[in-house]
Write a protein that binds this ligand. Structure first.
Ligand code: AMP
Length: 114
């Protein structure tokens, strides 16, 4: 059997985490090293390594992750907005090879990359 990813170990309860949301396709946890007052990771149960490894068959799942951002934002009180980030590959700073969507909020983010 292939090694579990860090996020699969969290999903199985082998590593503790603060869960914000769970459904059939994904779960969301608070980031252990938050970069904003609210920093949540939305993670598919399917361990796609990174966005670049996703296939056409994953389109609905990827859409679901983005729609789950609405749920997470509502649960976390991010009425004033939030930032959505996916790091893909080493130049982007990807550190966990299991695709995940960062949700950042709770402060005004003045710095812009784009
Ligand atoms: P990335 O750098 O885009 O791959 O994001 C990985 C994220 O996972 C980082 O923001 C880490 O702080 C976060 N992280 C690493 N280990 C844990 C953990 N045990 N629980 C919650 N978040 C974690």
């Amino acid at each position: 059997m292939a090694d579990l990813t860090l996020f699969q170990m969290i999903e199985k309860g082998q590593i503790p985490a603060d869960f914000v949301h769970e459904d059939d396709l994904c779960f969301a946890i608070r980031d252990i090293n938050p970069q904003a007052p609210t920093h949540v990771l939305i993670i598919p149960r399917k361990p796609i390594a990174r966005l670049n490894e996703a296939q056409a068959e994953d389109a609905a799942l990827l859409g679901h992750l983005l729609l789950t951002a609405q749920t997470v934002a509502a649960k976390c009180g991010l009425e004033k907005g939030y930032r959505v980030i996916i790091n893909n590959g080493p130049d982007a700073g990807e550190t966990v090879p299991h695709v995940h969507v960062h949700i950042l909020g709770g402060k005004t983010m003045g710095e812009r990359l784009v």
